[in-house]
Design a protein. Structure first.
Length: 129
């Protein structure tokens, strides 16, 4: 079963807080992600992991007149959180996806305190044969 684990960050200023952390705190945080991703790779559960740029770099695209795309800023300002990145994992049961999401949620922040990051977990639909 494949699941997407989507990590959300508070919108705040629209930038990542990590950019304002001290280098040692930032490195401890990134080391946590490196270890988690290595463990998932070693177990054969990791399909893909991607970090995303901050919302200031995002655009919303819709089909426009004459086939030209209409590009606007996005996401919308009323959003309280933004998608920071995601993992796609291949696991035997949903509970394992929840375990991985729970571990990802505990990434350390300033002072080593777990951030309790919200991670949305959804099964990836498969196309019919």
């Amino acid at each position: 079963m494949r699941f997407i684990l989507m990590m959300h960050a508070p919108l705040g200023s629209g930038d990542y807080e990590i950019d304002r952390w001290s280098p040692d705190v930032r490195e401890a945080h990134l080391d946590y992600w490196r270890r988690l991703n290595k463990d998932l790779t070693d177990s054969g559960e990791l399909v893909s992991v991607q970090a995303l740029t901050a919302p200031a770099h995002a655009r919303v695209v819709r089909g426009g007149k004459n086939g030209m795309p209409a590009v606007t800023d996005g996401p919308f300002p009323e959003t309280k959180e933004f998608l920071a990145g995601f993992w796609i994992v291949d696991v035997a049961r949903p509970e394992r996806a929840y375990e991985i999401a729970g571990e990802a949620s505990l990434a350390p922040g300033p002072g080593g305190t777990p951030l309790i990051i919200p991670i949305e977990v959804r099964e990836v639909m498969r196309a019919p044969a």
